[in-house]
Design a protein around this ligand. Structure first.
Ligand SMILES: *Cc1c(COP(=O)(O)O)cnc(C)c1O
Length: 473
């Protein structure tokens, strides 16, 4: 019997492994060396085979944000960072990452309006907006509007629109944190124009309309429209959430900026990383005098966006279709063909996967009622953890004790990578019994629900009702 201590590799030999030199470049030599020393101790203690040292070291390094394949069937998955940027937006981010003319006019050599080309692109996309402004996210846009237009005064809002946007954050709390008071009107299910009208006082800053982006109220309901509210003598601020700039026939229930402005809203607020398919951002579009008040407010400086956001936003607005747009419109036939091809490749490698019909959803607080007919690879649930911890993590979802991998949100050029990851983890010797149901990150049904896809339609018939509504985050 060989004493296992005789087989312990040297620290320097391990550190010279190319995979670890690559890690050293991003994580620093001290962190990598500490991980190697600790891991070699496990070999000495007989807990780990010497051959497994490199993998074990890599597994203990904290790492940065890692690229993940989104096989959840949730197009805008909050826990996976919502919208995937288009290749054009990614290139723009890289190009802007060094010194860039974000606030300089290169022709005159003078200081110029920050992000003017991105703002101009947004303005061109919604020509009816008097002016536009961009802040860090939708919540920041709300805070800026509430602070600049209603601090010390009142915001009138329907009791049916006092929503939680996810992860425990509630719009009423967010608005009141600015020093504005909320004047609640109507009831959960019904609010009329007269309710708003009666609440108007000299203290009123604006009427807020919030799109119920992550839930629906059905039955005996009524709400005042933006066009009806626009007849009242105070500005209407519409939080549309989704980020659609113009109507989209695929999403008839989602509001859009152009229509909401045409209906008479003074200001429209939306997120950049939802249906628009861009970077995290809060878009403000509307009356030029209101936008100017927001832009001039001291808080605007604290909420201003980074040059990378401006670069990505501009490329999203002017570039080709976004991955979000494409994932929403992917035909079931094309998806089935890709899924079957993946199944064939897996079968050749000895991995048995089924192809089943499933439903995908928009997620990210958009179109809670809409399901997209989809197809998935179905695998035993033990694959969930293994694939999440693969060298390129693959995140699917577990339903009815099967792991479903929906290729809808996987770039077609990454289908092979996904197949390779499944084959790689299928070869892992010991099944991992731990945590078989955690295929998706926390979120299903929780406060920060990123949009839980409804149950697969297999073996249930097509068209059954979703098990739970898509949430937000
Ligand atoms: C998503 C959403 C928000 C929050 O926007 P973020 O960009 O996530 O800050 C606010 N209101 C509505 C209606 C939303 O859908």
């Amino acid at each position: 019997m060989v004493d296992p201590r005789r087989r312990v590799p040297r620290t320097d030999t391990i550190l010279a492994d190319p995979r670890l030199t690559a890690a050293t470049a991003t994580e620093g030599r001290a962190a990598v060396k500490a991980a190697v020393v600790a891991t070699l101790q496990r070999v000495r203690d007989g807990e780990l085979e010497p051959e497994a040292v490199i993998d074990a070291v890599l597994a203990t390094l904290p790492g940065g944000l890692r690229p993940v394949l989104n096989a959840t069937g949730v197009v805008l998955h909050t826990n996976l960072g919502r919208a995937a940027l288009s290749p054009a937006a990614r290139e723009a981010v890289v190009a802007a990452s060094g010194p860039t003319d974000v606030e300089l006019d290169l022709t005159t050599g003078r200081r110029a309006k920050r992000g003017r080309t991105a703002l101009a692109a947004l303005q061109r996309a919604v020509p009816t907006a008097g002016d536009v402004h961009v802040v860090n996210n939708g919540a920041a846009a709300l805070v800026l509007a509430a602070t600049a237009l209603a601090a010390g005064g009142e915001i009138i809002v329907s009791r049916g629109e006092m929503v939680e946007i996810g992860d425990g954050f509630r719009l009423p709390d967010l608005l009141e944190s600015t020093g504005a008071r909320l004047r609640e009107v109507g009831t959960t299910n019904r609010t009329t124009v007269a309710d708003y009208e009666r609440a108007i006082t000299p203290q009123t800053g604006f009427i807020l309309k919030v799109h119920p982006s992550n839930f629906v109220v059905r039955g005996f309901t009524s709400a005042a429209t933006v066009s009806a509210l626009a007849t009242l003598p105070v500005p209407v601020v519409a939080d549309t959430g989704s980020g659609l700039l113009a109507p989209d026939p695929l999403l008839p229930d989602e509001p859009d900026a152009a229509t909401t402005l045409a209906d008479g809203a003074a200001l429209v607020i939306a997120s950049g990383d939802k249906l628009l398919g861009g970077p995290q951002a809060g878009l403000l579009l509307g009356a030029a005098d209101l936008i100017e008040r927001l832009r001039r407010h001291p808080l605007a400086r604290a909420l201003r966006v980074d040059k990378l956001t401006l670069a990505a936003l501009q490329a999203t607005l002017t570039g080709p279709a976004t991955p979000t747009w494409e994932a929403l419109r992917l035909s079931p036939e094309a998806l089935l063909a890709r899924t079957q091809h993946a199944q064939t490749l897996l079968a050749k490698a000895g991995v048995d996967a089924e192809v089943i019909a499933s439903d995908a959803v928009v997620g990210g607080g958009g179109a809670p009622e809409l399901t997209l007919p989809s197809w998935s690879l179905s695998l035993p649930p033990a694959y969930a953890t293994r694939l999440r911890t693969a060298s390129t993590p693959v995140v699917g979802r577990v339903e009815r004790d099967r792991l479903l991998l929906d290729l809808r949100c996987v770039p077609p050029s990454s289908d092979h990578l996904l197949v390779d990851m499944v084959i790689a983890v299928a070869a892992r010797p010991t099944p991992d019994p731990a945590d078989p149901h955690a295929a998706t990150p926390p979120g299903r049904g929780s406060a920060d629900s990123a949009g839980s896809p409804p149950a697969a339609r297999h073996p249930a018939p097509r068209g059954r009702r979703p098990a739970e509504p898509a949430g937000e985050g």
